[in-house]
Write a protein that binds this ligand. Structure first.
Ligand code: CMC
Length: 395
């Protein structure tokens, strides 16, 4: 019925119109609402970019203060939700916990789940942004058997997260401002990236009018894979596996060999065919942090820099436009911040929640009535109609 284009992986399908994020993959440009990602990360802060993505403009001082207040008012989660965390196996991956817990928020937030009501919609967006760091930190602490640390609302977003991750009830803990600022930049860089796999998943779930908590849980599930948000964790594991600079040529050979499933993690992107502009900022943050922490010889950084140097001059990678992406350096920075490897993708999810809710809200606002349900067609390659064979005749 009707004409259909066949486009596996949606490499040339536009699924929506949007005013949120612009990418020029050939030039390596990324803009949030028209502002360059580098300017936002270097000159702005988490609140600026989050407000910009969600509301459409950079906030005035008053708007920023109100937004901050709104986000900090709802950092606590229902106590009963904390019991939920304790039901997971001790070695559960924090992303597994996050998929379940964020979906479960639907049961705790019935008044913030109505797609058709602008106030309820905004409440859902704000609650998700403010609660994600709390949920992420509790996922880590309960998986370690550590006591839960409640959010300190006098701290900014990034510092609050670091405090919930690393403070101890019996000891004084001061958040290092330089590390918090680095995390703030990481969050900004990861906030949105137009219609990537997880954002498209959020929009698809939203198109059926599912509540925002369920939609974001589906985004977290899509983000988890190593081809998407799981790449930051995979990069670090790959660098550890490479182990020393002498092993780099062998890793490159493996990456080029089509019979070998090994790929250079942190390299390549569906849209960027040049340096990912986020990777440039991340590289700088990486050097700043290692200098601040007086880490002079980080063997993994040495391997990463050499790998970048060799791969970006190798014909295989150049011809295919495979350059370092945001995740290439983020793992090294997160490791220097003391974030455990299993939490890297969780942090990506915390940041991307801002983009997900902004896209979900835009989708709801664009429609006069209700969003059009996402319903791709397929190329059917199976049998045409055939007669049912009763069990006794099947042998
Ligand atoms: N290492 C080796 N070869 C690669 C790589 C890589 N990392 N990425 C792509 N290629 C090759 C691929 O084999 C193919 O070669 P050929 O044309 O000879 O068959 C060509 O480059 C095009 O690859 P593709 O798989 O068709 O490209 P895609 O747009 O479908 O995939 C990607 C994009 C990001 C999934 C892929 O580049 C990849 O797997 N990269 C490693 C994982 C990674 O770093 N992901 C993070 C992406 S950025 C953060 C995010 O969005 O979440």
């Amino acid at each position: 019925t009707g004409i259909c284009t066949f486009d596996p992986g949606f490499t040339s399908t536009g699924s929506c119109d949007s005013t949120i994020t612009y990418i020029d993959g050939k030039k390596g440009v990324l803009l949030y609402r028209g502002y360059d990602i580098e300017d936002l990360a270097e000159q702005g802060d988490f609140l600026d970019s989050a407000y910009l993505l969600l509301m459409g403009e950079l906030p005035t001082s008053q708007q920023k203060a109100d937004f901050d207040r709104e986000l900090t008012l709802h950092t606590l989660v229902h106590e009963q939700l904390i019991q939920f965390f304790k039901g997971f196996k001790h070695d559960a991956h924090p992303m597994a916990i996050m998929v379940g817990i964020v979906g479960a928020l639907s049961a705790f937030e019935p008044y913030s789940a109505d797609l058709a009501d602008p106030e309820s919609r905004m409440r859902g967006c704000l609650r998700l942004i403010s609660r994600m760091p709390t949920l992420a930190a509790i996922a880590y602490r309960t998986s370690m058997g550590y006591p839960v640390i409640y959010p300190r609302n006098d701290l900014d977003y990034a510092s609050r997260f670091l405090h919930m991750m690393f403070a101890w009830p019996t000891q004084k803990y001061e958040v290092d401002a330089v590390l918090a600022r680095a995390l703030d930049k990481i969050l900004i860089l990861h906030m949105d990236h137009e219609q990537n796999a997880s954002t498209s998943t959020v929009r698809t779930a939203g198109s059926s009018q599912a509540n925002p908590f369920a939609c974001i849980a589906s985004g977290i599930a899509a983000l988890w894979g190593p081809a998407h948000g799981g790449a930051n964790e995979a990069v670090l594991r790959m660098l550890e596996e490479i182990g020393s600079k002498e092993n780099i040529p062998r890793a490159l050979e493996r990456a080029k060999n089509k019979q070998d499933p090994f790929r250079l993690m942190g390299f390549g992107h569906r849209v960027y065919k040049t340096f990912d502009p986020r990777a440039k900022v991340m590289r700088k943050v990486c050097h700043e942090i290692l200098e601040h922490l007086k880490i002079q010889n980080d063997p993994l950084l040495d391997i990463a820099m050499e790998l970048e140097q060799v791969a970006t001059h190798d014909q295989y990678f150049v011809q295919r436009g495979l350059y370092p992406n945001v995740d290439f350096y983020s793992g090294i920075v997160l490791r220097a911040l003391g974030i455990p490897v299993s939490m890297y993708t969780v942090l990506f999810a915390v940041a991307r929640t801002v983009g997900w809710v902004s896209q979900w809200k835009e989708m709801a606002e664009q429609q006069q009535q209700l969003p059009k349900i996402s319903r791709p067609r397929q190329m059917y390659t199976g049998h045409m109609q055939r007669d049912y064979v009763p069990l006794k005749e099947r042998g």
